[in-house]
Design a protein around this ligand. Structure first.
Ligand SMILES: [Zn+2]
Length: 409
């Protein structure tokens, strides 16, 4: 006498639902194999067992395939109401594929349509892209080639191989025969050599940047023109601390800026205080690393002030005076700047007190050619300011001037 499944077990211990997974797909109860109280689709335990053996798995797959072929709703019910619902989406997809369902993939996202191009690149190499070097980058390249210093050969070969692209007028000799238009093998060799050199140069650029300031501005501008480095990218510096991660920002115009920002873990008052030191570093391009506020802190605590509240409330964050004393040690000076129509020509950069009464903080402004960037250490990257006249007008502005430059006035 055949035994029938007792129905879907409720994992929470409630009443079980009647089984609907009969082999014929008409919605009746399923017959169970010897000794089992439930079918594989009504009990997670039995499903697990079925997956554990090749025979059990095969039976299940065959069953699903059959339901699908005869168009029975039991097929979908097995996934939605049966034990298969407990499987991951990937496992379900695999079972559906075994049952004969087609995958729902976009042809556009498949790599298959790229096959022809891939094959051509494989046979002839990836073409060497054309670049448009600025006069500045051109000069840089000329000096590198003329100086013949370390690594010049890479630059030389990069230029030499690019000249040959598209390798149409290159002649070569092989096995006593002259190929006037070059052989595909030569083309492929030349092109892949070019890409290899480019990869080496990219790695060199990134390590040089990660080493920290001063950055090789000319070299970086060339790398951006060449497409080796991307404009608008942030390259993290290797030695930066976790509290204020530093990086090199590559601007859209091809300049490189040192930028350090505050980590999100600090409390707001700590950030306010730290914004001063961060902004000074941003103005000086990371050159001065030893600026610390401990001296000012000691001065104030000696006189009986709670230094944080004193500096935050009475002297608009850190008094410009405190910053000035710090800067003097590095050979710079703060100057109050009132002329909002004019950018201080001799200044290394500008420090500003921004924000509303209780949320004031220090931020830095830097000029690159005719563009002005705000280095706000609360933000994740420098921002281009289109209307810097306005920015100088509304915020308390100090120019950071080298001491010698000020004396020659
Ligand atoms: Zn069942």
């Amino acid at each position: 006498m055949p035994k029938y499944c007792l129905g879907l077990e409720d994992p929470a211990g409630g009443e079980s639902r009647p089984c609907i997974f009969a082999q014929d797909g008409n919605g009746g109860r399923a017959q169970t194999s010897s000794g089992k109280r439930h079918c594989a689709l009504c009990s997670l335990e039995n499903l697990d067992q079925a997956f554990g053996s090749l025979v059990g798995k095969g039976n299940l797959q065959r069953q699903l395939k059959h339901w699908r072929r005869v168009g029975s709703p039991t097929y979908e019910a097995a996934f939605a109401l049966g034990a298969l619902a407990a499987l991951s989406a990937g496992e379900q997809q695999l079972l559906r594929a075994k049952a004969g369902e087609r995958g729902k993939f976009w042809k556009q996202s498949s790599w298959l349509h790229k096959r022809r191009l891939r094959l051509r690149h494989f046979l002839l190499g990836r073409p060497i892209p054309v670049t448009n070097l600025s006069p500045r980058s051109h000069r840089y390249l000329q000096t590198i080639l003329a100086r013949k210093g370390e690594g010049w050969l890479l630059h030389y070969n990069l230029a030499r191989l690019r000249k040959k692209e598209p390798f149409a007028n290159v002649s070569s000799k092989h096995n006593g025969r002259t190929y006037w238009r070059g052989r595909p093998a030569d083309m492929r060799k030349g092109r892949s050599a070019w890409w290899r050199i480019r990869r080496i140069l990219k790695a060199k650029c990134v390590t040089a940047v990660a080493r920290g300031p001063p950055f090789d501005d000319e070299g970086l501008a060339w790398a951006m023109d060449e497409g080796i480095l991307q404009r608008g990218a942030l390259v993290a510096l290797s030695g930066s601390q976790e509290s204020n991660p530093s990086c090199c920002y590559l601007t859209e115009a091809g300049d490189s800026l040192f930028f350090t920002r505050l980590s999100g873990r600090m409390t707001f008052p700590t950030k306010q205080l730290a914004s001063a030191e961060c902004s000074v570093r941003n103005v000086l391009g990371g050159k001065v690393l030893g600026i610390d506020m401990s001296e000012a802190q000691r001065l104030l605590t000696d006189r009986g002030y709670v230094w944080e509240t004193h500096l935050l409330c009475y002297a608009s964050i850190l008094a410009p005076l405190v910053l000035d004393t710090c800067l003097q040690r590095a050979g710079f000076k703060l100057e109050l700047w009132n002329k909002h129509t004019q950018w201080p020509a001799q200044a290394t950069g500008i420090l500003q007190i921004r924000g509303a009464a209780q949320t004031k903080f220090w931020a830095a402004l830097k000029a690159c050619a005719d563009r002005v960037y705000m280095l706000d250490c609360f933000l994740s990257e420098p921002t281009l300011i289109t209307n810097w006249h306005h920015a100088l007008q509304v915020n308390e502005t100090y120019a950071v001037v080298p001491v010698q430059a000020r004396d020659t006035h």
